[in-house]
Design a protein around this ligand. Structure first.
Ligand SMILES: [Zn+2]
Length: 230
């Protein structure tokens, strides 16, 4: 039995747990732990960096078992663990909070774009590539000129700054189909398996360069960081 602990607490850095399962992928051993701190790549968010008993691992979703399994991050293979063996799991917390800030800022920009009458078309929360793309179901004349695009971006920036100043809480629950739904207060709700900050006041340095329009897509690039944690 494996619990996705990263759903409950983005900030849990290490845990004593035990081995839930072992196996092989492409000839290399993997280990799955019960209290799983490790977020695998998915939903536009990159994988965590982590360690099991000091061995650096990359978490991967194993579609055969449905488990998040840890594979060796470097050249050296993992040792062979045994099911039930106690182990120490740890994540790279600064990297985790960076991912969570970028990802949560993406939800916030999605909400700001919807207020503009746009519809989400794509998202990417990878550091250095972060952007949200929209389409405009009804023609938006602002998007046709540089001044108009700047005006539309300024509206997004204002909505983002307002929600951060309000420090809106980020919460989640399960819908009737068992899907995990993430909420930014009443501003935004979406099915999501990513990691998030606790409230929007955790976001810092959210910067939106002037949006671009390419092949009918409104492309809003952004950067964001987690505020300094005391
Ligand atoms: Zn999310």
């Amino acid at each position: 039995m494996q619990v996705p602990a990263y759903y409950a607490d983005t900030y849990e850095e290490q845990a004593h747990t035990q081995v839930a399962a072992i196996g092989e992928r492409d000839g290399a051993p993997w280990v799955a732990v019960e209290h799983c701190l490790f977020h695998p790549q998915g939903g536009g968010q990159p994988a965590d960096r982590g360690w099991v008993d000091g061995h650096e691992i990359t978490p991967v979703r194993d579609h055969d078992s449905g488990l998040v399994v840890a594979v060796a991050a470097g050249e050296a293979a993992l040792p062979v663990f045994s099911v039930g063996q106690p182990v120490e799991a740890r994540i790279d917390l600064p990297l985790r909070t960076t991912h969570a800030a970028l990802h949560t800022a993406g939800h916030l920009i999605e909400a700001a774009g919807r207020e503009q009458g746009w519809v989400l078309a794509a998202n990417n929360h990878f550091p250095g590539q972060t952007r949200i793309e929209f389409t405009a179901p009804t023609p938006d004349a602002r998007l046709d000129t540089p001044d108009g695009r700047e005006e539309a971006t300024e509206a997004l920036r204002a909505a983002v700054a307002k929600a951060i100043a309000q420090d809106l809480p980020v919460t989640w629950d399960n819908d009737t189909e068992g899907r995990r739904i993430v909420h930014l207060a009443d501003l935004h709700s979406a099915p999501c398996g990513g990691t998030h900050v606790r409230s929007l006041g955790d976001l810092a340095d959210v910067v939106l360069p002037t949006l671009k329009v390419k092949k009918g897509r409104i492309r809003v690039s952004y950067s964001a960081a987690h505020r300094e944690r005391s």
